[in-house]
Ligand binder design. Structure first.
Ligand SMILES: NC(=O)c1ccc[n+]([C@@H]2O[C@H](COP(=O)([O-])OP(=O)(O)OC[C@H]3O[C@@H](n4cnc5c(N)ncnc54)[C@H](O)[C@@H]3O)[C@@H](O)[C@H]2O)c1
Length: 247
């Protein structure tokens, strides 16, 4: 049975992808929220899937190395990788603190660099591998009050294409999924029920399809890109976004 490792798998898009892929692969749920990842892994196992949890801070090289070593030791090679962990601090441009900037850039760009670097050597050795990263519509159109986030997500696209180019000769594909507004804790950002209902309605109206997306609607795209059905697709960005951004 092949193994997929998913970062940011304790919640939202990563969790939906873990649930979906667990029907055909062994899933490693990697997250800095270890309790959440472990709870989700247990739920998947109870449903008949194969899953385990591992703690990681994707922005920290030592933590990523520990995650890769533990996974290799306990489960062997990772065949597919979904680099998805993310945070989304928001503030008007002049109020962005340096620490928030560092967190968002390190989580997204450095996180993808560290996680892909950790698993690419074994993929090269097998001459087979599939990677998906998570971008965003905001990488294309910018993000008012989210400059660091938009910059980080745009960086992920350049990194994804560079990995795709460099590792295509090893039969390793690297693509990105760029969601529009998806109903997850990241979008809700701790809003109370009434505020969230109003925000959801207003945000949904701005989407051509008239609603927010669901994490499962991103998961199905990721599953496709990681599968053999996408065997000739690399360096591409697919946007499950209800038509919000057409690019
Ligand atoms: N929800 C949206 O509208 C939306 C839109 C476009 C892109 N995205 C992107 O999708 C990805 C998943 O977001 P989501 O909406 O599912 O959010 P979420 O908050 O539900 O899940 C994010 C997960 O990432 C984990 N995480 C954060 N920093 C980490 C780190 N340093 N190391 C390890 N784990 C870490 C969190 O613990 C959490 O479990 C993110 O990259 C996000 O930027 C989300």
């Amino acid at each position: 049975m092949k193994t997929v490792l998913i970062t940011g798998a304790a919640s939202g898009i990563g969790l939906a992808t873990a649930r979906l892929l667990s029907q055909q692969m062994r899933v490693v749920l990697a997250d800095r929220n270890y309790e959440g990842a472990e709870r989700a892994a247990l739920e998947i196992e109870r449903g008949g899937g194969r899953a385990s949890a591992v703690e990681v801070d994707v922005s920290d090289a030592r933590s990523v190395a520990r995650m890769a070593e533990k996974t290799q030791r306990e489960l062997g090679d990772v065949h597919a990788l979904f680099c998805n962990a993310g945070v989304s601090p928001k503030a008007p441009f002049e109020e962005w603190r340096e620490s928030d900037w560092d967190t968002v850039i390190d989580t997204h760009i450095k996180g993808v660099f560290l996680c892909t670097r950790a698993f690419l050597p074994q993929m090269c050795a097998r001459r087979e591998g599939a990677i998906v990263t998570t971008g965003s519509d905001y990488s294309i159109v910018g993000h008012r009050h989210g400059a660091g986030y938009a910059a980080a997500k745009a960086g992920i696209y350049a990194l994804t294409k560079s990995i795709a180019l460099e590792f295509a000769p090893f039969n390793i594909r690297c693509n990105s999924v760029g969601p529009g507004p998806i109903e997850t804790p990241l979008l809700r950002k701790g809003m109370a029920d009434a505020q969230w209902a109003a925000h959801k309605a207003a945000r949904g109206e701005r989407v051509p399809m008239g609603r927010l997306g669901q994490p499962e609607e991103v998961a199905s795209v990721v599953a496709f890109l990681l599968s053999e059905r996408a065997a000739y697709i690399t360096g591409q960005i697919v946007h499950p976004n209800g038509g919000s951004v057409m690019w």
